[in-house]
Ligand binder design. Structure first.
Ligand code: AMP
Length: 557
């Protein structure tokens, strides 16, 4: 998985503060000149380096647990591009707005950090050993799980570094440092036997020094009173630049005699590693046409946001121009608000297929309009490959919600019409993707409240996206559930008891709905709790408000 900032022309990757300042000096030191670099301290974080009044200002951009990015005390943003876009319009606490990007010279590649060169192999090794997967199944798992796995393996990446010696005592550490040349700054990291913590041993003036690496409650590593880091290898990289309390900076690693350089390929990015493993991604298949088994989600045009291109992002607006939207007469589906039509949205560099939810013109019902606006508001905040993205709203002959196209339609219909052609593995693959989309929602404090197979749309046979955010809610930072004031027109069969009894909705109740959706998927589009009328009064009897519709949807009011 490549860095989300890798396409930004002002992103330099893993460069130090001094190098960033050098680049800004070379670019002229104009007020508002800025660049973005990888944070060497926190996993997945960045530093924004900005010039004002001939001075440098460096702002850490932290990656939050929920996957958003923010400058301390500032607003969260869904990606580094969105964050920079925001600060280019509003300084919001910075010394200035971001006025002029300090562009990376065309011949200079984004500098990969130490971890990037190890990441692919570690991901692969982990998936092979833990899940016993090989070949294409392994590639698919890596793609689906990359963000979660990356975090997991980043914290153990030091074990693959030449300077890491595992569990050896202080004497053995000294013996290894004294063997061979003894330059100042020669170092190794070892496990401290008794406490399960780490120690740094280094050479200076032919003498060895030992430092305990502190590990605080929040999981950060540091030297006593020094800067804190998410991982041991980030701490080591930092100590190569700054002594931070040591007798000198770290220089030459004392190489572990058991270290194997073969474990450190330098091919960053899953996509490239797929190729290096003999896998060649197929050309982008037009969604909706016969799709080859080997087409992976990432090979489709809807894996990444249409706004991942910084040029397109600059023009991103909530309200789209009607002139850029072409509406086809083909109806993809309908609901009580109106119908969903097929269309094309023209962007600056490309045209994309879209699905357009059109509010019926006679539907002046304010509640329906409000519901559509609320759905748009929620969708506007989401950006994940396993969630149908909203492109924007368009107010013209009707109010229209423009979304990414998922041409294969709802999962329940697809599975029931293709029962004999779809393998159970295929269903697992799709539901795995749904779980990743739901994980993203949970991490970002959203509750979906209407997860069901009818609301999982397929881009193709092997790529699912969650849709229909009409009932969804963003939870406040302080709450982990939403309580509805009154019951509405609800999909009761997908609801957990606390939703029905106490109107309480949380990620936990979304998990319940996920369970029902799993049941629908593995019964190839079956209707949950489908009982013969004679059996009614069993499982459902006694559930308050439960509409016992025989249609299978069981919307209750
Ligand atoms: P909804 O009211 O959101 O459930 O949409 C009604 C129907 O329109 C769905 O069941 C789909 O058949 C179709 N539809 C909605 N959104 C999309 C989309 N993004 N791509 C393709 N079809 C869609």
């Amino acid at each position: 998985m490549s860095d989300p900032a890798s396409d930004l022309p002002f992103f330099y990757g893993s460069i130090s503060r001094a190098e960033a300042e050098e680049c800004l000096k070379l670019a002229g030191m104009a007020d508002g000149l800025f660049l973005l670099r990888q944070c060497l301290r926190s996993l997945g974080g960045y530093v924004l380096s900005l010039v004002w009044n001939l001075q440098f200002h460096h702002y850490s951009v932290e990656k939050q647990l929920n996957g958003t990015y923010c400058i301390a005390g500032g607003k969260p943003h869904c990606g580094p591009a969105e964050l920079c876009e925001y600060y280019s319009k509003d300084p919001d606490g910075l010394v200035s707005t971001l006025r002029k990007p300090c562009l990376r010279p065309p011949e200079t590649a984004v500098r990969a950090g130490v971890f990037e060169s190890l990441r692919d192999n570690m991901l692969r090794e982990y998936v092979r050993q833990t899940w016993h997967l090989e070949g294409e199944a392994m590639e698919q798992a890596i793609i689906n799980q990359a963000p979660q796995l990356e975090k997991l393996i980043a914290t153990t990446a030091h074990e693959k570094m030449p300077w890491y010696h595992g569990k050896i005592d202080r004497q053995e550490g000294e013996r290894r440092l004294y063997s061979g040349a003894q330059p100042d700054g020669k170092f190794l990291v070892r496990d401290r036997e008794e406490s399960g913590t780490f120690a740094l041993s280094m050479m200076y003036g032919k003498t060895t020094y030992h430092y305990q690496i502190l590990h605080d409650k929040s999981g950060k590593y540091s030297m006593p009173e020094g800067t804190k880091f998410d991982t041991i290898w980030q701490l080591v990289e930092y100590l190569k630049m700054k002594p931070d309390g040591l007798v000198t900076i770290l220089r030459e690693p004392c190489v572990n005699p058991n270290y194997s350089a073969a474990a450190t390929p330098s091919v960053p990015g899953v996509r490239r590693s797929l190729q290096s493993n003999g896998y060649t991604p197929p050309p982008k298949a037009p969604e909706g046409l016969g799709v080859d088994r080997r087409t992976l989600p990432m090979d489709t045009s809807v894996y990444e946001s249409p706004y991942s291109d910084p040029e397109a992002l600059k023009e991103k607006k909530l309200f789209l121009k009607r002139t850029q939207l072409m509406i086809d007469e083909v109806e993809l589906g309908s609901g009580n608000f109106g119908c969903v039509k097929k269309g094309v949205y023209r962007m600056r560099k490309k045209q994309i297929d879209v699905a357009i939810k059109v509010l019926k013109s006679e539907n002046e019902n304010k509640a329906v309009k409000d519901e559509m606006m609320k759905e748009a508001e929620i969708m506007h905040q989401l950006d994940n490959p396993y969630i149908v993205r909203m492109i924007g709203l368009c107010e013209a002959e009707n109010l229209m919600l423009v979304m990414e196209m998922a041409a294969f339609g709802p999962l329940n219909k697809f599975l029931s019409s293709k029962k004999d052609q779809i393998s159970v593995e295929n269903v697992v693959e799709l539901m795995h993707q749904v779980s990743l989309g739901m994980l993203y929602l949970e991490e970002n404090n959203f509750v979906h409240r209407d997860l069901a197979a009818r609301n999982v749309l397929l881009v193709n046979q092997h790529y699912a996206k969650i849709s229909d955010f009409g009932l969804s809610k963003a939870l406040g930072a302080d709450g982990n559930y939403y309580r509805a004031r009154a019951a509405g027109k609800w999909p009761l069969k997908w609801y957990a008891p606390e939703c029905i009894n106490f109107h309480k909705f949380s990620s936990k109740s979304d998990v319940w709905s996920f369970g029902i959706t799993m049941w629908e998927a593995f019964s190839f589009g079956g209707k949950p709790y489908k009982v013969r009328p004679a059996d009614l009064g069993g499982a459902l009897r006694g559930v308050p408000h439960c509409g016992t519709s025989t249609s299978g949807t069981a919307w209750g009011a």
